[in-house]
Design a protein around this ligand. Structure first.
Ligand code: NI
Length: 172
């Protein structure tokens, strides 16, 4: 169990498609999950996907209690999600700013489904099925994108809405 190095955009593993986990009870998976949680907490992140620490398996972790990086948003329960599947509920999209531990210091505006259902398995092998919206839905869509080799800058449609966090940017 250790804090791992988070790969940065440009590393080939971040463009790869991660493979499904065959056995959610596997002991090696427990270590991976501990590493993901420790690394996420150490980096003060809201979520982390296994490919970001160089493990091409379909596992993500996310959650935030009181949010310093995003002070206006609802807390998200700490969740481990194995083999996640997302489906959109309705067509409504919402644009908002995102950041990523693999793209440090930068922010970009990304359109996501407002409401989604997500399913998967937790760290004990129990099924998770939730309908969520807003920031929670955004975080899950961002993390699951990592499993398909998609980093959020690929989803920015106007690159004026992408830049280094600094005085005056992003304007909110
Ligand atoms: Ni990310």
């Amino acid at each position: 169990m250790a804090v791992k190095k988070v790969l940065k955009m440009g590393h080939k593993d971040l463009w790869a498609c991660a493979v499904e986990v065959k056995n959610p009870f596997d002991d090696t998976l427990k270590l991976l999950i501990q590493d993901l949680i420790e690394t996420m907490l150490d980096s003060d992140g809201v979520g982390l996907a296994a490919p970001q620490i160089g493990v091409l398996k379909r596992v993500v972790v996310f959650g935030v209690d009181k949010c310093e990086r995003y002070p206006d948003v609802e807390p998200i329960p700490r969740t481990v999600l194995i083999n996640p599947v997302i489906s959109a509920i309705g067509d409504a999209m919402e644009e908002d700013w995102e950041g990523c531990l693999s793209v440090p210091g930068m922010r970009g505006r990304v359109s996501r489904y407002k409401t989604i259902k997500y399913t998967g398995y937790d760290e004990t092998g129990d099924e998770i099925s939730r309908i969520v919206e807003g920031f929670h839905a955004r975080v899950v869509q961002h993390e699951v994108d990592h499993l398909d080799g998609i980093i959020y800058p690929l989803r920015i449609t106007d690159l004026h809405n992408f830049g280094f966090s600094q005085d005056g940017f992003p304007e909110e």
